[in-house]
Write a protein that binds this ligand. Sequence first.
Ligand SMILES: [Zn+2]
Length: 176
Amino acid sequence: MRIPKFDRASKSLFVPVGSSAVAVTCRRGFFSAHSPGIMTKRVTVTRRLRFNAAHRVFNPQFSDSENEATFGKCNNPNWHGHNYTLDVSVEGPIDESTGYVIDLGKLGAIVEREVVDMVDHRNFNIDVPFMQSTIPTAENIVVAFWGILVPAVAPARLRRLVLWETENNYVEYSGD
Ligand SMILES: [Zn+2]
């Protein structure tokens, strides 16, 4: 069995290929002895996704002039679209065997399936069941996404969602 070597000068651990089980054992022993607590650090990691969707922002209880005054261009009765960007952040301990909090590819696939596929190239006002009877502002969209994604990413903990509606405007939600 080849034993991993620790180079004190560079502070790196050399692990021979094909000896991952040995490496994990040695790594844990090394860090617990020399850097107490390093394996329990919680880290936030983020995956970015993009989608396009249409909406009309209006309150049916407002008059036309009130809607126009309140929502401006986003009140256009014939809809309009945005290129949205969604940043999904989850937090957790670093897995000792992978060095990851979560595989970001897997996180991306979950968000794609649970949220993006439900809204991409759709109209928030008429095509998206979970947005019915809600004014489809970025604020309300991000809160709706939160409710869907909290259980979907478990056991990872959803920490923050950031939804960009334009280059200049974004909203952020952390479940408060
Ligand atoms: Zn808009």
